[in-house]
Design a protein around this ligand. Structure first.
Ligand SMILES: Cc1cc2nc3c(=O)[nH]c(=O)nc-3n(C[C@H](O)[C@H](O)[C@H](O)COP(=O)(O)OP(=O)(O)OC[C@H]3O[C@@H](n4cnc5c(N)ncnc54)[C@H](O)[C@@H]3O)c2cc1C
Length: 403
């Protein structure tokens, strides 16, 4: 019997599994991880992948604790030092642009941009090194009883005391455990692509709020940038179908040439955007983490950061229970996890939705106040520091692994 079976080896599940399997402080837990499609390693010379994530300082610390950070080659990971955020009503070089600078809070950078695949691969390596068992299979169903939980896969049955559902937004664990989710579409689609820009990115993340969406340029380690363009569905459909030339012309218009002219490198990918909140994060012997529990709008680049903090919080509580010779699937442990993380996630997703509603789509007086608010925040060093600490993920109730 395993202590814990984690279902889904995406960044969040692999992180939970690695943290749980590392033996420091008490007996090591017996942990299995179910992942039907583990990623291939990225050869050193491979071009950077299109799908990237922004990792906060809190996430960097969690990844160090999990043993994954040192597995991510520094030449593929880009530290960003500044963020520039502005509304389309002002020019990208105007004084009304809100600038966050790591130096304002005495930090070397605000976080890192890394490929999703590299992150997942590094975490799976850390999990294997910690003695965890990887099962290359998909979950089919769960048998939950007072004594434990049976995990049925295409390859057989595993028994555990706790199942962690880290199988993403379409979570099979959530469904098998009978947990409903509130889902609402944003009527927006995110387009992602890698672009070359005629001006250097200056280790800065650039973000422009427009009436019909949000456009971010994330600085990559090789000098190119990754764009995340969240646009209303009709606009996005047109942009995805456009020729390369027409797309870059639209991109140059939408960026107001903040980084000069752009050139597409490789294909565009697109994702419909929605908000998802599981009605419970836990039921008897089951806990949900990451996108299985909550999906937020990508405009603040917080999806993976929230999930890694879930993984660290759950691992901390489960390991403490196990060190005290308690059942890791006990109700008290799971309820403590739910109370802790639900409130942190609610705070972040409400703030993200307010940005989307007022800045990216706002009209009328409320929107104008919000737009002037950017310039106003820019004038106050205290407010700027407050937002920088939020972005670094170093405020709020932090798991030990993130401190
Ligand atoms: C356009 C876009 C841009 C984004 N940008 C950012 C960003 O800059 N920063 C950020 O923090 N977040 C970002 N996000 C969000 C981020 O990608 C997600 O929050 C993150 O991938 C969630 O990780 P996860 O491990 O919970 O789920 P996933 O990454 O979805 O992983 C789920 C895993 O479960 C496995 N699985 C699925 N079903 C089963 C099954 N039945 N049995 C076993 N395994 C299964 C899958 O193979 C997969 O490996 C972005 C999202 C989008 C759409």
């Amino acid at each position: 019997m395993f202590d814990v079976v984690v279902v889904g080896g995406g960044p969040v599940g692999a992180c939970a599994a690695a943290l749980l399997a590392r033996g420091a402080g008490g007996a090591a837990l017996r942990v299995a991880l179910l992942e039907p499609a583990p990623p291939a390693p990225l050869p050193a010379a491979a071009p950077l992948r299109t799908r990237v994530v922004a990792l906060s300082r809190a996430s960097e610390r969690i990844l160090k604790t999990a043993g994954a950070w040192s597995r991510m080659p520094p030449e593929r990971v880009s530290a960003y030092e500044r963020m520039r955020v502005w509304h389309e009503s002002v020019a990208p070089d105007s004084d009304a642009v809100l600038e966050f600078d790591a130096a304002d809070v005495g930090e070397p950078n605000l976080g890192y941009i890394a490929e999703n695949q590299l992150l997942q691969w590094a975490l799976l390596g850390a999990f294997a090194e910690a003695g965890g068992h990887l099962e290359p299979a998909s979950l089919e169903s769960l048998e939950i009883t007072d004594a434990g939980v049976g995990v049925l896969t295409g390859r057989g049955r595993l028994a555990a005391r706790l199942v962690v559902g880290a199988d993403g937004a379409e979570s099979r664990v959530r469904e098998a455990a009978g947990i409903a989710a509130d889902i609402a579409g944003y009527r927006q689609t995110a387009i992602i692509a890698t672009v070359a820009t005629s001006r250097p990115h200056e280790a800065t993340a650039w973000q422009r709020f427009m009436r019909d969406g949000t456009l971010a340029f994330l600085p990559l380690a090789d000098g190119t940038s990754s764009i995340v363009w969240s646009a209303d569905d009709e606009v996005a459909a047109r942009l995805v179908a456009a020729s390369e030339g027409a797309f870059t012309a639209e991109l140059d218009r939408a960026s107001d040439l903040a980084l000069g002219a752009t050139r597409l490198l490789g294909a565009r990918a697109s994702f419909p955007l929605r908000r998802l909140e599981a009605q419970h994060y836990v039921v008897q012997r089951v806990a949900l983490v990451g996108d299985a529990a909550h999906v937020v709008h990508p405009l603040a680049g917080q999806g993976v950061n929230l999930g890694l903090a879930d993984a660290a919080a759950l691992a901390q509580l489960v390991r403490a229970a196990s060190a005290a010779r308690e059942d890791p699937g006990a109700r008290g442990v799971l309820r403590a996890y739910e109370r802790w993380r639900r409130s942190e996630v609610a705070l972040m997703s409400t703030a993200i939705d307010a940005f989307d509603r007022w800045l990216a789509h706002g009209a009328g007086p409320v929107a104008r106040v919000a737009q002037h608010g950017l310039a106003w925040v820019n004038r106050s060093q205290e407010l700027r520091r407050f937002f920088i600490r939020r972005a670094l993920g170093t405020s709020g109730e932090l798991p030990e692994a993130a401190r």
